[in-house]
Every structure is written in structure tokens, then in C-alpha cells.
Design a binder for this molecule. Structure first.
Ligand code: DLL
Length: 432
């Protein structure tokens, strides 16, 4: 279902017109209220009145996480604390945490854009939705909660963790939709199996996943194990949290809520905008945010735009599923490797669980890559010889994709650490 057809299916020229008006507003807003932005604009020699067309946005300076850290924690806030009704923060797993703020109006916008995510993923007012993202400084729980509630479904705000209880709640309260990270959903299916519960026979029918990268292979696997239709949604704390982009039931790219977020795909080296369809770094300018506006914020996420109109009737541009991050690209003996490539290979191999960890070490000056692969219960008790053959087969398949020899180590079922939030896929022991 389309939540807000007036905006989600607007004519392209009208969207662009709206974006221009809002861009002019936001540049003025930050210039007047945020000294750190005023300094950046002055340095770039841009005045708010210079923004006459949408293309003029390329005159604006980029904002990076380093900029935010320099003025940590509140330097980029555009409203006094008396007008800020909420603080969230990133976990800081890839560096220092970023603190973000919301005005009352921003919270309202957040509910609007996450309602689009919910409706896009098939949530209706007849659904009972279990929100198993963490509620707290992480934006996932609260953000999706608002959207689901706005659509009118029943929310179970269970938060992340205590997996057996999650399964019991799902059974007893007849949950029809699950919202969490894809890796946590997979873990839930494992715990359910141990409890003797078949998730496919539950009323559960849809799942909305986000907050971490996952592959098409992982989607198939989860859809099968849980008996659901699973959609992807994307966002980041600096821009809003969840609600920035979402898949519709076509499951073919994520629609960006362009009336609130102006997206660009840029060359990560030069900062130049890339032609439609080329893969590069995603950057966003928030068009309506009051408390924590962002101008050309560099996300480090790699994706491309999809130009063709979507069959769902939305005119909001789509981005391809996030392929990786500029900072999660591993460079191993000069070869660029994304964890997503490895996941893709593993999900295509029978007898392997979609649980893996990439372990990097250094011997002398040579980087070594090991991929720890969990074998399924069915394969594990087999004779040793078979396991060795199995290892070689996975190594060969990885070699075909990466052009690099990765040592595969088969590990016991359930031995790779599970988390209730974002999965840890890479263990880098190389030192610097
Ligand atoms: O993860 C916001 C969110 C919560 C999105 C719930 C969707 C659902 P952060 O903790 O700030 O915010 O992490 C943002 O996570 O830059 C991406 O690298 C990654 N990420 C988020 N969604 C996806 C996705 C939330 N669907 C960072 N696919 C982003 C791939 C994703 N990566």
C-alpha cells in the first residue's frame, strides 16, 4: 500500500520544484543558526541566495562525520535545547558516536517517513507488529515504532534481545509482522527451531529488515525459514534513523523519501556527482529537518540510483540495495573485497549456514584472509574427508568471485557469535 500518494507518487517535475524550495529554506536555516555551517559556506563562497536551481546544490560543501566530531556533541544543532525534544546517538562501532537531535516537528516527520516504510513493506491496520530493534539511543526501535503506529497496526514494542521470549510473544500474541535486523531474524529462527517451534506455521507473514547490509541470498533464506515476505529498508542516524529509503512489495530497490531527503551518488574520490546508474557514495541533504539539518552528508554507503519507474506507482527514485561501505571495503594483498561478495557466495552453497565471519591476520607483511563458515547440522556429522572437500569447494567458489585465495575454516553449528542488533562480520587482527 502507498501511505502518502500525494508525495510518494508526485510528478517528477513537482518533486523537483518542492525540493528546490525546501533546499533554499534549509540553506538559509543552517546559515543563520549553525555557526559551523556558516563557516563552511563562507569558506566555499556560497550564499543562500546562490541556490537558484537544484543543480546549485553541488556548490554546497560536503559534511562528513569528522566535521560532526569536531563540534561534538551539539555543534551542528540548529535549535536551542529548549526546542529539542529527543536525542539519539550512533553506537560508535565504527568510531566515535554521533549525537543527533529532533524537534517536535522532526519527530512528526519521522513518523511520516517510517509510516511509508511500514506501508511499503505491507503493514496494514490489521497487523500485529513486533518491533525487535533496540529501543534506546539506537534509532531503530523508536523510529519504526512511530511509523507502524501511524499506519494503525498494533505495535508490540518488545525491543531487542531475550530471544526465547521473542518467540513466545510471537506465538502467544499472534504477531503477523517482524521488524529487526536480518541477522537477528535468522538467529530467532535458530532459537525457535531449538524450542521445537516452526516459525512457518505461525501467523507471521511479513518482515521489515534494515540497519545492516544483507544479500539477496540471505533474503531467500530468511523468507523460507520464517515463512514471510521480507523487505529491506535503509536509514542512518545522522539523516533521521530508519525512514530514509524503503522497498515496496516489488522488492526491487529502495524508494528514497525525496521530499524530505535530497540524495546524490558521488565519486568517493573526487566528490563529483556520478551519472545515473553508476555506483558510488550516497550523500544526503535533509530538506525539512529543524533540529539537526545535514547538508550533503557523506554516508560512506555505496549504491546506485535506479532510473526506471517502479511498477508500484511511486515516483520516488530508487536506490539499489547498499552494496557495502567505503570503509568496510577490505584491501587484502591489494585486492578490494566487500563482505557482501563473500555473503553472496556462501548463501548459494547447500549445507552452509548464512552465518560467517571474516578473520584477517598478517603473517610477516602478507595479509591473510580466513572465512569462518558454519556448516549446517546435516553436514556436520559427516566424515572428515567430506568436510575437507567441502572446504576446498567453498574456497574455489570464493576464489572465482574475489580472485583471491581465502582460507575457509568450517566451524561447528552455532559457534559464530549471534547478536540482537547488527552482526559483526569482520574481525581484523592485522594491526596497523
Ligand atoms: O541503522 C538506522 C536504521 C534503523 C535503518 C533501523 C533501518 C532500520 P545507524 O545505526 O546510524 O542507523 O547506522 C547507519 O547502517 O550508514 C548503513 O551503513 C547501515 N545500514 C542501515 N540500513 C541498511 C540497509 C541505522 N538496509 C548505517 N542495508 C548506514 C545496508 C544499512 N546497510
Amino acid at each position: 500500500m502507498i501511505w502518502n500518494a500525494e508525495y510518494e507518487s508526485m510528478k517528477r517535475e513537482d518533486i523537483r520544484e518542492l525540493q528546490l524550495r525546501r533546499l533554499q529554506w534549509i540553506v538559509k536555516w543552517v546559515n543563520e543558526r549553525v555557526p559551523a555551517y556558516k563557516k563552511k559556506l563562507d569558506k566555499a563562497g556560497v550564499k543562500p541566495s546562490d541556490i537558484k536551481t537544484l543543480e546549485d546544490s553541488t556548490k554546497l560543501p560536503f559534511t562528513t562525520k569528522d566535521d560532526l566530531m569536531e563540534d561534538y556533541p551539539f555543534g551542528f544543532f540548529a535549535l536551542p535545547m529548549s526546542k529539542v525534544v529527543r536525542i539519539h546517538s550512533t553506537s560508535g562501532t565504527t568510531g566515535d558516536p554521533v549525537v543527533v537531535g529532533y524537534s517536535r516537528g522532526d519527530i512528526n516527520t519521522w513518523a511520516e517517513v517510517t509510516a511509508r516504510v511500514a506501508a511499503g513493506g505491507g503493514v496494514t491496520e490489521d497487523d500485529v507488529i513486533q518491533v525487535s530493534f533496540g529501543y534506546g539511543l539506537f534509532t531503530g526501535g523508536f523510529g519504526m515504532h512511530y511509523g507502524v503506529e501511524r499506519v494503525g497496526a498494533t505495535v508490540i514494542p518488545v525491543s531487542a534481545g531475550n530471544t526465547e521470549r521473542q518467540i513466545m510473544i510471537m506465538q502467544n500474541l499472534k504477531t503477523t509482522g517482524l521488524i529487526c535486523t536480518p541477522s537477528y531474524a535468522l538467529h530467532m529462527s535458530e532459537v525457535a527451531a531449538k524450542m521445537g517451534v516452526d516459525m512457518r506455521s505461525m501467523p507471521l507473514r511479513i518482515a521489515l529488515f534494515g540497519a545492516e547490509p544483507w544479500s539477496e541470498g540471505m533474503r531467500k533464506e530468511i523468507e523460507e525459514r520464517l515463512g514471510v515476505m521480507a523487505t529491506d529498508n535503509y536509514g542512518l542516524s545522522e539523516i533521521m534513523g530508519p525512514g530514509v529509503a524503503f522497498e515496496c512489495e516489488q522488492k526491487n530497490g529502495l524508494h528514497i523519501s525525496e521530499d524530505h531527503f535530497l540524495p546524490e551518488v558521488i565519486d568517493p574520490e573526487t566528490g563529483e556527482q556520478l551519472p545515473m546508474g553508476e555506483t558510488g557514495e550516497l550523500a544526503f541533504t535533509t530538506l525539512t529537518k529543524e533540529a539537526f539539518p545535514m547538508i550533503r552528508y557523506r554516508t560512506k554507503d555505496l549504491t546506485s540510483f535506479i532510473a526506471e519507474p517502479c511498477e508500484c506507482g511511486r515516483t520516488l527514485i530508487r536506490m539499489a540495495r547498499v552494496q557495502g561501505r567505503t570503509d568496510d571495503m577490505l584491501i587484502i594483498r591489494g585486492v578490494n573485497v566487500f563482505p557482501s561478495q563473500i555473503e553472496h557466495v556462501l548463501t548459494e552453497i547447500e549445507g552452509v549456514e548464512p552465518q560467517y565471519q571474516i578473520v584477517l591476520t598478517r603473517e610477516g607483511t602478507m595479509d591473510q584472509i580466513e572465512v569462518w563458515v558454519e556448516v549446517s547440522q546435516a553436514v556436520f556429522p559427516d566424515a572428515m574427508r567430506k568436510l575437507v572437500e567441502f572446504e576446498r569447494d567453498i574456497e574455489n567458489r570464493l576464489y572465482n568471485v574475489l580472485g583471491l585465495h581465502a582460507k575457509v575454516k568450517l566451524v561447528e553449528p552455532n559457534s559464530i557469535e549471534r547478536t540482537a542488533g547488527k552482526a559483526k562480520r569482520v574481525v581484523d587482527r592485522r594491526g596497523n
